[in-house]
Design a protein. Structure first.
Length: 379
């Protein structure tokens, strides 16, 4: 019996010491600008780079794969340099100006029922919400939970119900500056999930152009509003040429008009961007949201010349798509997500690798722990 126990202890110790730790920053090989949302994986686990291009990944293997659509894949070994330079893939075809929607885009829309789940399914997620006020962090919230969707998209035949989502929170970390008069609220789950999965482009409103990647596997369909003065919107979609799946959507809205009023407060959205990626993971028959980023800038004033600028960022990662785990305690899907409450586990947030903190965020968290009169937090 002693020999058996000793063998098990030695085996456990061997595996625990076999873990490799990867840290670094991923940048564009030409501009040297940090690359956000680059995938980091060892074939079993995964993470991604943050806004600074930084990542932290622990693996039982001595090498990891780094990839980002539009760049060539790279294998990083344990003793490589900490700065990883990705090489851009070349676009070989000249631009094609299209007066109405392309056949490729029409096929992508027609293929939505075959490529995406338009039926109830559950998936786990990480969500980061960051609010800045005049350039300084005002609120920071990280959520780990599970969501059930009755359908991923709305089509002409399938409408999104009002209660399309059910959410349970497993772990929550949040901190914010204490303010008496709050002019800005964060999104609800319903508004956030709806916005990142809505991207139909009417050929009556937009003009299009196509560019093919050099491997001919993907096509980039760029679009721009025909009336930029009235509807200043542009962006692109990346489409898989084999199955017509939409792999990435980027939408940008920029305006200095459309001033709205709420009581004494006047405000306007000056910029709004959504970047959503879709993937079909191993063993899946449908594409689901892999990750998404929504950013918005809003100018607010109270009938004075003093303008307050809010910048809000949401980052969503999903995993364990089509999980059978039941939802037990439902969170509100209609309230400001910063008003939600949940358990905080410091060990969990210290060890998770899906939402790496930037240096600025870490400084903010450190400040909240020192001054409880100025900040509110759940830790």
């Amino acid at each position: 019996m002693r020999i058996t126990i000793l063998s098990i202890v030695v085996l456990i110790s061997h595996f625990s010491f076999a873990q490799e730790e990867f840290r670094g920053v991923v940048v564009d090989g030409i501009s040297l600008e940090p690359i956000e949302f680059a995938n980091i994986t060892d074939g079993i686990k995964w993470t991604q780079t943050n806004t600074d291009g930084r990542f932290h990944f622990v693996s039982g293997k001595d090498s990891i794969l780094i990839e980002k659509l539009g760049y060539k894949k790279m294998i990083l070994h344990k003793y490589n340099e900490d700065t990883v330079k990705l090489t851009r893939e070349v676009i070989e075809l000249s631009e094609i100006i299209i007066s109405s929607t392309s056949t490729l885009l029409q096929n992508a829309y027609k293929s939505i029922p075959e490529n995406y789940p338009l039926f109830p399914f559950k998936e786990k997620f990480f969500l980061r919400s960051l609010l800045k006020k005049n350039g300084e962090i005002n609120k920071l919230e990280d959520i780990y939970g599970i969501v059930e969707r009755k359908t991923l998209f709305q089509t002409t035949n399938i409408k999104k119900p009002k209660d399309n989502y059910s959410v349970e929170l497993f772990n929550l970390r949040k901190a914010g500056v204490i303010e008496k008069n709050v002019d800005f609220q964060l999104y609800s789950f319903t508004k956030l999930f709806d916005n990142i999965s809505s991207f139909y482009l009417s050929p009556e409103l937009f003009s299009f152009k196509e560019e093919a990647y050099d491997n001919n596997d993907y096509t980039k369909v760029s679009f721009a509003s025909k009336n930029e003065e009235e509807y200043p919107t542009s962006g692109y979609l990346i489409i898989n040429n084999k199955d017509y799946a939409i792999l990435e959507v980027f939408v940008k809205y920029a305006s200095t008009k459309n001033v709205k009023r709420k009581g004494k407060i006047k405000y306007k959205t000056t910029s709004y961007e959504i970047n959503t990626f879709f993937t079909k993971r191993q063993g899946q028959s449908k594409y689901t949201i892999d990750r998404s980023k929504l950013t918005a800038q809003v100018e607010v004033n109270e009938d004075t010349e003093d303008v307050v600028i809010y910048n809000c960022t949401y980052i969503l990662n999903t995993f364990e798509n089509f999980t059978e785990q039941p939802i037990q305690t439902k969170a509100s899907i209609s309230n400001d997500i910063f008003t939600l409450t949940g358990d905080y586990n410091p060990a969990f947030w210290a060890n998770q690798q899906s939402l790496p903190l930037t240096k600025e965020m870490q400084i903010f968290i450190d400040e909240t722990e020192k001054d409880k009169k100025k900040f509110i937090s759940n830790f």
